[in-house]
Design a protein around this ligand. Sequence first.
Ligand code: ADE
Length: 229
Amino acid sequence: MRIDIITLFPEMFEGPFGYSIVKRAIDKGIVEVYTHNLRDWSTDKHHRVDDTPYGGKGGMLMSPQPIAACIDELKSQREYDEVFYTSPDGELLDQPTLNKSINYTNIIILCGHYKGVDERIREHYITKEFSIGDYVLSGGELAAMVLVDGITRIIPGSIGDEMSALSDSFQNGLIAPPAYTRPRLFNNWEVPEILLSGNEKKIDEWKHEQSLKRTKERRPNLLKDKKID
Ligand code: ADE
């Protein structure tokens, strides 16, 4: 999958994409990530990318010209499945949306800034707006990183043990059960006996019960539309 990120701060991505699963996926060629500095497309002599809103007070908006120029150039080179825009107004990003996203070949992510983007860009270029939570960040870069990380780690080949991505929290609509590793006794705290039993069926049942219990306690909203078995 090719991911083109349009941003005011391309350097911000070097850290998060330089480690762990995303770095390995990039190194293996499973994902290709390109960042584009929006200022490079501005025809303004000072490379400005923002302006004051018509009919409004305070705050700045992202100007349409550099965004349109950058997206037009990218689209002239290949077809894109989606043009995402990161914004607190967007649809909340969740695991089912990430799961659907792994089939894309090429996507663009426009990172929002200031008071947002000129509405005409939203109407004519953006195909999906997403938010990573009901709070406001200083810019959409962190949200773009979350999307790229969330997609990359579930693309087959990114994680060695494919089963481990499938057993993440949310993959079955539930929070993951408690997990333990060696030593069996730590600070006099025991590992639950069932996990040492070797009885796979019983262990799976226990894990499912624990997942359900945790989800009820911590995230009851996840159970609302779910058929519980
Ligand atoms: N930009 C600012 N806040 C955001 C959020 N919560 N999600 C996505 N993009 C944002």
